[in-house]
Design a protein around this ligand. Structure first.
Ligand SMILES: C[S@@+](CC[C@H](N)C(=O)[O-])C[C@H]1O[C@@H](n2cnc3c(N)ncnc32)[C@H](O)[C@@H]1O
Length: 214
């Protein structure tokens, strides 16, 4: 299936969306398109029908499609979505890439794998938690969720919209995946400009079935 040529929706830009759109423009120009460490960790768990919620440049979507997945990839960055559509089209990969405001987006389909790397902390906490529940509800029984967020201990804040962001408590994701089979849960700190720190948690969890999400 070729990349969808949907009409872009208009997303009210936040500081975070502008920050990443500018970064993606530089990365596309420099052909800086490698998987980040969290995407590397996620890739082996992806199979079947995959949702990449906040896909950025789509490097993970492309890698997953190359290994046989069909991917729905969503992000608010027009630069990223246009790049991903072109890349998918060039290789005839089954990736449906669309611009969307993921604070309010409703998912209408169930997936074998739902990935959300580095997105939810850019929403206010009630929105982040509501969208996490929304994603959990659309993982098929036996399917996996891969969720990565910034946690308490992060001191680099330049990419945040001051009026709306959510640094997760360190135990927030494990708690919210109570009842799921936790395949891995990794805490990783990375140095950031100005001797600051970005502290992440990444959880990979399997939906055990009818018992479902907490
Ligand atoms: C840290 S990047 C992560 C991108 C990708 N998952 C990765 O691992 O490279 C954060 C992403 O969130 C997107 N984003 C931020 N706010 C958004 C919103 N309200 N709706 C949709 N995407 C948003 C940005 O455009 C950016 O692609």
């Amino acid at each position: 299936m070729p990349a969808a040529a949907e009409k872009p929706t208009v997303t009210p830009a936040t500081d975070s969306i502008r920050f990443f759109d500018a970064q993606f423009q530089r990365q596309v120009l420099a052909s800086d398109l490698k998987l980040n460490p969290f995407e590397e960790q996620a890739l082996p768990y992806l199979h079947g029908r995959v949702l990449d919620y906040g896909c950025g440049l789509g490097n993970l979507a492309i890698a997953a499609a190359r290994q046989g997945c069909s991917v729905v990839a969503l992000d608010a960055s027009r630069t990223a979505i246009e790049h991903l559509r072109q890349a998918a089209q060039a290789e005839a990969l089954p990736i449906q890439a669309s611009e969307a405001d993921l604070r309010t987006h409703a998912v209408h389909e169930d997936f074998d794998a739902v990935v959300c790397i580095g997105l939810l902390m850019f929403f206010d906490c009630p929105t982040a938690f509501a969208q996490l529940r929304n994603l959990q509800a659309h993982v098929r029984p036996g399917g996996v969720a891969v969720i990565n967020v910034l946690v308490d201990g992060t001191t680099y804040m330049d990419m945040f919209d001051p009026s709306a962001h959510c640094l997760f408590a360190r135990d927030e994701l494990p708690k919210r995946f109570g009842g799921w089979e936790i395949l891995r849960c990794d805490f990783q700190d990375f140095p950031a400009p100005g001797e600051k720190v970005k502290a992440f948690v990444t959880i990979v969890a399997r939906n055990p079935g009818e018992r479902g999400a907490a």
